[in-house]
Design a protein around this ligand. Structure first.
Ligand code: GLY
Length: 282
């Protein structure tokens, strides 16, 4: 099986992002997908999605890890999840604070029966396992917060789906939320609506968490592929179902037979893939 990978870095915001940022995001996604694709040659899909999402979290251009959006009380709370399509294990953290890489805490939780933790308890679990204090705030996010730039919401979340040489699929997704939200609000990213996979397909979502949860988006697409629809048809049909409520979402996915697909409800999600050749949003 030829290893394949696709990543996303959320949405490009016409109102909040400049042309310079568009180019920077394009370059960052190109570098990260190339590096993660190389990693995938020697590593499993599961290890690769964690690695790729950690690189995305470390890049302050994206709304996950370093550079996460600030919530309405001035704090950053992050969520991340991993799903191994082979073992069907899902793990995640919801609204964790002061951690560099939420996806690595989700990775640690893969070994535990109670595999999704939230808030302060997620943070104490992380500290017990050696994750040091880290402040993910950047100057630019603080400026947006101070200006109450509501339009800078909806641009967030990063994700990766990979298919390895053994034909196994995995997916990881990480987010700083939608920005300026009420404390305690739960993102889709660490739920099966935003991050889901099995032996047939794996999907990572970005966009407005409430819209994605209302559609059970990732789980629905994967179920449709499992029941026989092609990846493209499953994604397109599920995205159509967002239209009656103007749902705002983007998805990336790979199916077990090697189809790689991405689509979005609004202009436009930023993404990059390596499936034989390198492709990047333009
Ligand atoms: N999709 C990220 C969020 O709404 O929190």
């Amino acid at each position: 099986m030829q290893p394949k990978i696709i990543i996303h870095g959320g949405f490009f915001s016409e109102s909040a992002d400049t042309e310079e940022i568009r180019i920077a995001k394009r370059n960052a996604l190109t570098n990260i997908v190339t590096e993660a694709h190389e990693y995938l040659q020697e590593n499993s899909a599961l290890k690769t999605v964690i690695y790729a999402v950690s690189l995305l979290e470390d890049c302050e251009l994206f709304n996950a890890g370093l550079g996460s959006q600030i919530q309405s009380d001035g704090k950053i709370r992050m969520s991340a999840a991993i799903m191994d399509g082979f073992s069907k294990k899902f793990s995640g953290v919801v609204n964790i604070e002061e951690i560099k890489n939420p996806v690595f805490v989700a990775e640690k939780l893969m070994n535990y029966e109670d595999s999704v933790l939230s808030g302060a308890e997620a943070q104490s679990f992380a500290r017990q396992h050696g994750f040091q204090y880290f402040n993910p705030e950047t100057e630019s996010r603080r400026r947006s917060y101070i200006d109450k730039l509501a339009e800078s919401s909806r641009i967030g979340t990063v994700g990766c789906v990979a298919l390895d040489s053994e034909g196994k699929l995995a997916v990881a997704t990480s987010t700083g939320g939608k920005g300026f939200e009420v404390p305690g609000r739960v993102s889709d990213s660490a739920t099966v609506a935003g991050n889901f996979g099995n032996d047939f397909a794996a999907i990572s979502c970005t966009g407005v968490g409430e819209d994605i949860v209302s559609a059970a988006l990732a789980a629905k697409i994967v179920t449709r592929v499992t029941d026989g629809l092609s990846l493209k048809d499953a994604c397109d049909r599920s995205m159509n179902e967002l239209k009656p409520y103007n749902g705002f979402a983007g998805v990336i996915g790979i199916s077990a037979d090697g189809d790689v697909y991405h689509t979005d409800s609004h202009p436009f999600m930023v993404w990059a893939s390596y499936a034989g050749t390198l492709e990047v949003f333009s």
